[in-house]
Structure formats: C-alpha cells, structure tokens
Design a protein around this ligand. Structure first.
Ligand code: MN
Length: 411
C-alpha cells in the first residue's frame, strides 16, 4: 500500500493502522478522528466531502463526545469507513488531497476519552503475572489457585474513574496495615503501582441470556487500547480478602486515546501458549487468537529523562480475548457497546518483562535503578508513567501511541 501522506517509517499511525479516537480543536467541539502519521483526519469533514456517500449513515455519529454511536453502527459500516479512508489516502486524485484542512496536526488537538465505558471488567490472564503474585504472597510451589487454568479469572472494575492519557492521578488515601497484628491506619498509599495492560472495546451488544462463542467473539470486539490500571498495593493487601480488589484499583485507570481496530491487528495474529490441562468445550477455540504486540513501560521523574523499566508482549497472554468474552457471557451476562475488558497485568518470563513495580521490585525488595532520579520500589509523586505498544511485521507497523499519566501528591 502506498499513501500520498508523508509518514515517518517509525510512526505508529501508518496507512495500515487508521485507529479511531475523539479529538477537539480550540472550538471544543468533539469529533471522530483517525490518526495518520502525525496528523488527525477529521472524519466528520471527510464525510462532508462525500467519501462515505455509499454507506448511508447519519453524520451526527461523527460529531459526538464518544465513539459509542459510531461503533454501534456495526462492523458492516465501521470496517468500510476505515477501508474507504485507506483507499482515499492511497488515491492521488482523492478529494481529501485537495482539502488539506481536513488534516490537523496531532500536537494541535486535544484528545479525549474515546469511549463512554458502561462496564469495565479486568481479567488476570497472564500466567507469568499470576504466578509471580502467587509466589510472593502465597506459596511458591502452588502459586496458581486451583481455578486459574480452568477459567479466565476476572472481576468487575469501576468505569467512572477511567481517564484518558494526559490526565493525571492523585495518590489515593485509604486503610493500610503496616505490620503483623497491628491495627489499620488511614494514610496516603505508600505503594502506588502501574499495571501494564491492554483493553478491548466491545463493539456489539448482546441481550441478557445470550452467550458469545469463541468463534463469534471477533465480531464483538471493536478494537484495542493501552491501559494502565493504577493500583495501590498496600490498600489492596488489606482489603482484598475475600471479595477481591476494591478501592485499591478504583481510584483511576488510564486509557490511550486511539482505538486500534481488530482488523488492523489481523496481520499480527499468532498462537498463544499451550493450554494444559485442556479447557472445557465452551472455552475451546480454533486458529491463532493471540496477537504479537510489543509493549513497554517507562518512568519519567519530574525534570528527568525517562527510563524504560519493562518490555513485555501481549502474546504472552495465557487466556485470549475470545475466551475472555466467551467466559464473560457464558452465564448470559449481556454486553453493551463501549464496555471495556482489560487483560490484567501483562508479564513475560524474564524479570525485565514484568508488567508492574510489584513484580519488577519484587514487593519492594529490589529497587529498580532509573537513569535519572534515583531508584524506585513503587511510583513516587510527580513520576510520569508512560506505556507504549506497537506491532511490526517487515515494513508494516501498527502502533497504539502512548498512555501517559503523572502521579500527583495526595489531595
Ligand atoms: Mn488490573
């Protein structure tokens, strides 16, 4: 594919990608945009130029606070919107080429949370992560709980506190217990952590009582984002028994602004880890269902250069998205367009691929040296956490950009 747009070869936003997001300019009107190179294509303006006239959808879905109404058009329309844009960007006689004002520099726009998340579920699907946590807090010889290899463990998270990259987070306060047999005290968390995750956006609703098979799951996934599921480990340790995390997780989670479609990720499909023991039939699947997505996390202290502290890959996931969706709906729980399903922390086998400070510093016992700004066991005030992700196959690059938030001092 050859486009007439000038794109740096290391750009995440190649002609093969074309992710969707919500942007605004100085007039504060939110519109659907597509990232291409270092610009945003104003999809509303492209519609007005007539490039989607065969598709017959309401232009109002393109001038909206969120992508939900656009996504709800269904893949029969949204996949074509993307491919029509792709062919216009390759056609040297395109009407878009003679209307350069439909492209706005990314550094001149404000990006917004791309979807209105109705429900947010967080899985726990990396075997390396679950093993590390089980080793640290329970039994190294029996790190995984008995259910772990039989179902994709997850919990219902909090949607209201999902923020877009660039928004900052205050250190949460809560109950912590400082030592064995001591009473809880109330204080700012001393163990604020990131979780390197990816999320997928549900693209098709189901009715209560309906289930989605692993075969059909791709039709229900609109696309993927980077996701930093901020966590307060000291609050978590005290509160999580017996019902799981609560306030330790609900204070904030940061999402990248560009939703990379499942179609753009198709060339990067690969087989996942062997699942042993065999899963129950409703979790069985055919063909490659994992994706080869390079991931990294950097910490940047205030006025310092950043340090990459983790390099991981989405392909390490033990449970794939199709299995997560099949499991989520097997009891008849309904899905809504815009629901977010997050992977859980994505760790690999090597210590430099661990997806949280809890693992990288091994519960605070091994501080991580930064290039500048000292060492870290957990995240300090005014540290910025930056996550990046991209796929690469030969010259084809499809990336997610960044999700970036600064941890501010407790209010
Ligand atoms: Mn999480």
């Amino acid at each position: 594919m050859h486009t007439w747009i000038k794109i740096d070869q290391n750009s995440d936003f190649s002609i093969y990608n074309l992710p969707f997001g919500i942007f605004s300019e100085s007039d504060n009107v939110k519109r659907v945009g597509v990232a291409i190179g270092d610009t945003v294509l104003d999809v509303y303006a492209a519609y007005e130029l007539g490039i989607f006239k065969d598709l017959k959808f309401d232009i109002r879905v393109l001038e909206s606070d969120y992508l939900n109404d656009f996504i709800a058009l269904g893949k029969s329309t949204t996949v074509k919107v993307r491919t029509y844009i792709q062919s216009e960007l390759c056609n040297t006689n395109s009407v878009l080429k003679s209307h350069p004002s439909v492209f706005i520099k990314q550094n001149e726009v404000q990006m917004h949370l791309p979807v209105k998340v109705g429900d947010y579920t967080d899985f726990y699907s990396s075997i390396e992560h679950a093993t590390n946590i089980g080793t640290m807090f329970r039994d190294p010889d029996n790190a995984l709980l008995p259910n772990w290899k039989h179902l994709p463990v997850g919990y219902h998270g909090r949607a209201s506190s999902i923020i877009v990259s660039g928004e900052n987070v205050h250190r949460p306060k809560g109950q912590v217990v400082l030592g064995p047999n001591t009473e809880p005290i109330f204080q700012p968390s001393a163990r604020v952590d990131f979780e390197l995750e990816m999320g997928f956006i549900v693209g098709k609703s189901t009715k209560l009582g309906e289930s989605v098979s692993t075969d059909a799951a791709d039709n229900y996934i609109f696309g993927k984002v980077l996701f930093n599921d901020w966590s307060a480990r000291d609050i978590q340790k005290w509160e999580y028994v017996p019902l799981g995390p609560f306030l330790a997780k609900s204070f904030a989670s940061s999402m990248s602004p560009w939703v990379v479609t499942l179609e753009a990720l198709e060339p990067f499909k690969i087989d996942g880890p062997q699942q042993e023991p065999a899963v129950l039939p409703y979790l069985d699947f055919k063909g490659p269902k994992n994706y080869d997505i390079h991931l990294e996390v950097a910490i940047q202290p205030k006025n310092c250069i950043e340090t990459v502290v983790s390099q991981s890959n989405f392909k390490y996931m033990y449970w794939n998205m199709n299995q997560q969706l099949a499991h989520h709906t097997v009891n008849g729980c309904n899905l809504n367009v815009g629901d977010l399903m997050a992977s859980g922390t994505i760790s690999g086998k090597n210590p430099n691929s661990y997806g949280s400070m809890l693992e990288l510093s091994w519960a605070g016992s091994k501080p991580v040296e930064l290039n500048e700004g000292g060492a870290r066991k957990f995240i300090q005030d005014n540290d910025t956490v930056i996550m990046r992700g991209h796929c690469q196959k030969g010259a084809i690059r499809v990336g997610f950009g960044t999700v970036k938030s600064t941890l501010l001092k407790a209010n």
